[in-house]
Design a protein around this ligand. Structure first.
Ligand code: AP5
Length: 213
């Protein structure tokens, strides 16, 4: 059993690393942003409400997010653990998670804020399988085409510079304070996110192996 949180500001690389850890350890990546975008794509009334949060970069309501996560982690593919990518993001969510389970390690990706804006602007995402690329730092083999499933790559609406800066502000105000909560619990490990994707991954694997030893 292995339960991991990839934590950090928008565009720090949480999704990129969660995907790689999922492949390495054979446990699912559970990305709240992807779950919310799937709900929007289904075009339900709830999806329409969620879209307004995504477009502005504001956080969705805790009760909805906690319900999404609790439904997802109860599925059979989570029996050996999972990687939470983008959850929790508020103290309310963290308290609900504590009631639900204990996680083994919180991997906190530390990156300079200005670097994050550049990562956002160059990010491309697969509209089908949600794989993540960057036009310079992690380009697909064929421009605009997903290596994994062959579908077209898109630029997320919330990767416009103004929205990115708003998401960074919200992270600082509402999510960064959780670091103290994790530090008190003793399961937080800081990861130097300024390294390349493989360098960040190596640090994460080392941190996971340390907690499993
Ligand atoms: P979400 O989709 O989770 O967005 P986010 O947290 O803002 O994170 P991102 O997906 O933007 O970035 P990431 O850290 O995963 O970076 P990535 O690996 O893609 O959430 C979207 C919205 O949903 C939120 O704004 C909110 O409205 C809502 N929401 C989600 N969760 C919620 C919650 N719990 N509560 C309430 N609302 C919630 O990498 C970024 C780019 O950098 C890529 O192009 C990648 O190739 C590149 N890159 C990655 N690592 C490196 C590296 N080491 N060096 C160079 N480039 C790199």
């Amino acid at each position: 059993m292995l339960k991991v949180i990839t934590f950090g500001p928008p565009n720090a690389g949480k999704g990129t690393q969660a995907q790689k850890l999922s492949e390495r350890y054979g446990i699912p990546q559970i990305a709240t942003g992807d779950l919310l975008r799937e709900a929007v794509a289904r075009q339900t009334p709830l999806g329409a409400e969620i879209k307004s949060y995504l477009d502005s970069g504001r956080l969705g309501p805790d009760d909805l997010i906690v319900q999404l996560i609790s439904d997802r982690v109860s599925k059979s593919d989570c029996a050996c653990g999972y990687i939470l990518d983008g959850f929790p993001r508020t103290m309310g969510q963290a308290q609900e998670l504590d009631k639900m389970t204990e996680v083994d390690v919180v991997l906190n990706i530390v990156v300079d804020m200005e670097e994050l804006v550049g990562r956002a602007i160059g990010r491309r995402t697969c509209g089908q399988c949600a794989a993540v690329y960057h036009v310079s730092f992690n380009p697909p083999k064929a421009p605009g085409v997903c290596d994994r499933c062959g579908s077209g790559l898109i630029q997320r609406d919330d990767d416009r510079e103004n929205t990115v800066r708003n998401r960074l502000r919200i992270y600082t105000e509402q999510t960064a304070p959780l670091l103290e909560h994790f530090r008190r619990k003793g399961n937080l490990v800081d990861i130097d996110g300024s390294k390349g994707i493989d360098g960040v991954f190596d640090q994460m694997v080392e941190a996971i192996e340390n907690v499993r030893a």
